[in-house]
Ligand binder design. Structure first.
Ligand code: ATP
Length: 166
């Protein structure tokens, strides 16, 4: 869901939050990460991490958990804070006309899957899939999200080690 972005000089700033949702399958002892596929104008599938706008009454953590739940159909719990990414894009203003420059800042959290099914994802998302880490690193569309995923994989390994699972 959209909320107002904040004006800052010649551009607007939008803030979103998202999750690197990971599950550990004790059965085959492999870890997987959940990616979403969103529609693109060119038609090429674009795989991304789940994320979305931080509503005015929400903390970034609440927004990350809500957006991850809505977009993937799965619930998670936050294990740690990952890096923030930022990028720029432009869109048309409310009444058409000139294009507005947007700086987008996205905070990501590492999450452990707790419940739910990818079949219950939001209709705005085309597809949701669990990927092995190596597949996910190949598929993910944006380099900045790739770096966040790499960071999450390192902390997930440390998490499994602490749990005695590695
Ligand atoms: P949100 O999911 O936070 O509600 P949104 O769906 O409104 O956001 P974005 O995903 O921020 O919009 O996409 C806006 C533009 O920025 C699109 O053109 C998209 O392709 C591009 N974009 C999205 N993520 C990145 C990124 N990590 N790096 C560079 N460009 C990106």
């Amino acid at each position: 869901m959209k909320s107002a972005s904040r004006k800052s000089g010649d551009h607007e700033v939008e803030r979103s939050a998202g999750g690197v949702l990971i599950k550990y399958d004790e059965h085959d002892r492999a870890s997987e990460v959940c990616l979403i596929q969103v529609p693109t104008r060119g038609g090429n599938p674009s795989w991304r991490l789940p994320k979305g706008w931080i509503e005015p009454e929400e903390t970034p953590e609440e927004a990350a958990l809500r957006e991850t739940r809505e977009e993937t159909g799965c619930h998670g719990e936050i294990l740690s804070t990952l890096s923030e990414i930022d990028y720029w894009y432009t869109r048309r203003g409310e009444r058409g006309g000139e294009r507005i420059k947007i700086q987008k800042i996205v905070k990501f959290y590492m999450m452990r899957y707790t419940s739910g099914s990818i079949e219950d994802h939001d209709h705005e998302v085309e597809e949701v899939r669990w990927y092995s880490f190596s597949e996910a690193l190949k598929e993910i569309s944006y380099d900045a999200e790739k770096r966040v995923l790499q960071e999450a994989i390192h902390s997930w390994d440390a998490h499994l080690y602490r749990q005695g699972l590695m």
